[in-house]
Write a protein that binds this ligand. Structure first.
Ligand code: MN
Length: 153
């Protein structure tokens, strides 16, 4: 019997047969309170659609890489650093992250859930070294925003 083409929502931001996974392997990069669900991963499509959810106070990894991200906020609100600017984001906002652009997402007082479209074949993220962190922190707003360990706040 063929698989059904439909995977129904089973709870807010959960879907039939979709595993709730860690955001990344523990210890591979700094992040906090974030989950990942792989929604679409079709070889001939060449891309993956993932859903990430960051719990209140949590954050994604501060990173950059050659592959692009196309992000659609589905739930909640928060802020993101993209390049040298911090943006407030809320449900249904779209965020484009260009190649080699520093980015980090943070949830505020409620979960921040978003779809993220990426190439199936993609380079590994680059984390900032000390010199790159110092350059980012030259901007006080960015210094206050970024999180580089599993810290809260
Ligand atoms: Mn990224």
């Amino acid at each position: 019997m063929a698989d059904s083409p439909l995977r129904r929502r089973t709870a807010p931001a959960r879907w039939e047969g979709v595993t709730l996974a860690p955001y990344k392997d523990a210890g591979s990069a700094p992040f906090r309170d974030i989950t990942r669900q792989l929604l679409f991963d079709e070889a001939d499509l060449g891309c993956e659609l993932r859903y990430f959810e960051i719990a209140p106070g949590g954050h994604s990894t501060l990173e950059r890489h050659q592959h692009r991200h196309a992000v659609l906020v589905l739930r909640g609100r928060g802020r993101c650093l993209v390049g040298d600017r911090i943006h407030e984001i809320a449900e249904h906002d779209l965020v484009s992250i260009d190649p080699q652009t520093w980015h980090q997402f943070r949830a505020d007082d409620q979960p921040l859930g978003f779809l993220c479209l990426v190439n199936r074949e993609r380079d590994r993220p680059h984390l900032p070294d000390e010199a790159e962190l110092a350059a980012l922190r030259a901007d006080p707003a960015i210094a206050a925003f970024i999180r580089t360990a599993g810290e809260t706040g």
